[in-house]
Design a protein around this ligand. Structure first.
Ligand code: C2E
Ligand code: MG
Ligand code: MG
Ligand code: MG
Length: 292
């Protein structure tokens, strides 16, 4: 009967909610010790310079949590929780410091200049020592200007573009590149673009989803790229999975591509190995011969 069905549904939902809460409690209970125990790992996804033969231009640092006995869990499962309970702030700082240490090693070894991007939760910009922490860590590791990029996502929960604008300017003065992540994915608007002094716009991957109306998506993407160029903002296309999209983005003069079409996020040691084997960017050129 309908009534029975309703009860089953209700039971199903409450069971799901109960499980989610249990999982959240479990993750919350172990997050601090996990940070100390080194369970948060630095993965990096390569970004390629579209107009320079798809040469590796740098990469984005992405966190992975490896729980002993449970394997790897992805940010989607714990970042929203950490944004709720505030733990995202120490985690972001840990990821940033790890990125600086990685970059220092890489440069000490004679690696060519690249740019490493790290995500920063909007919660972070409210901390009083925000600028000091990021700028001091950068100079502690002796990272040259222009090699560190900070990616900020727009969120509905925290709307303070005036503050983000001030932070961005302070960061730029200290040699950071500032980018707006997930542009076009809901919370971000053209108005934000008008007011924020950002260097880079990351086009959200929803523009490149398979099931999308390709013709309409391409018109929009091409015009956002054009708009950004006029504003002197660089463009990164995120979530690119197909070779014909790479071709289209090259024709549209999109600066940088990040997506599974080139590489997934890989452990930082593996990324270093990739760069070691590819000092001049032949890897990207090889991709073009292979797939396009
Ligand atoms: P994001 O900053 O927009 O990062 C890009 C996400 O897109 C990554 O997911 C990446 O694996 C995924 N991606 C890249 N190319 C493709 C593609 O071609 N196809 C598909 N399907 N996906 C692609 P990931 O690593 O799961 O991270 C999800 C989100 O979690 C990130 O989105 C970011 O908002 C957040 N995040 C990850 N690491 C950190 C961190 O250290 N701090 C903060 N605050 N947030 C983080
Ligand atoms: Mg990002
Ligand atoms: Mg993004
Ligand atoms: Mg995102």
């Amino acid at each position: 009967s309908i009534k029975q069905e309703k009860n089953i549904k209700y039971a199903f939902y409450s069971e799901a909610i109960r499980k989610t809460l249990l999982r959240e409690n479990e993750l919350e209970a172990r997050m601090k010790s996990a940070l100390e125990a080194g369970e948060f790992k630095v993965f990096i996804q390569p970004k390629t310079a579209t107009l320079e033969n798809n040469r590796i231009a740098g990469g984005e640092v992405l966190v992975r949590w490896v729980i002993p006995g449970q394997g790897m869990i992805s940010p989607g499962e714990f970042i929203p929780l950490f944004e709720k309970n505030g733990f995202i702030v120490p985690l972001d700082r840990f990821m940033f410091e790890s990125a600086c240490a990685w970059l220092k090693d890489y440069l000490d070894e004679g690696g060519r200049p690249i740019r490493i991007a790290v995500n920063v939760s909007r919660l972070g910009i409210f901390q009083e020592d925000f600028l000091d922490f990021y700028a001091d860590t950068k100079s502690h590791y002796g990272i040259p200007d222009g090699m560190l990029e900070l990616e900020f996502t727009e969120s509905l929960a925290i709307e303070d573009n005036a503050l983000l604008g001030r932070r961005a300017r302070e960061l730029q003065e200290r040699g950071f590149i500032c980018s707006l992540d997930d542009f076009g994915a809901g919370y971000s608007s053209l108005n934000t673009l008008k007011d924020l002094p950002i260097d880079v716009l990351k086009l959200d991957m929803m523009f490149f989803r398979r099931e999308t109306d390709v013709r309409r998506a391409r018109i929009i993407v091409a015009n956002i790229i054009h708009l950004a160029k006029e504003l002197d903002i660089r463009i990164v296309a995120e979530g690119v999975e197909k070779p014909d999209q790479v071709e289209f983005l090259r024709e549209s003069a999109c600066d940088v591509i990040q997506g599974f079409v080139f590489e997934r996020p890989i452990p930082s040691e593996e990324f270093r190995e990739l760069l070691r084997k590819d000092p001049t960017g032949e890897w990207g050129a090889g991709f073009k011969k292979k797939q396009v």
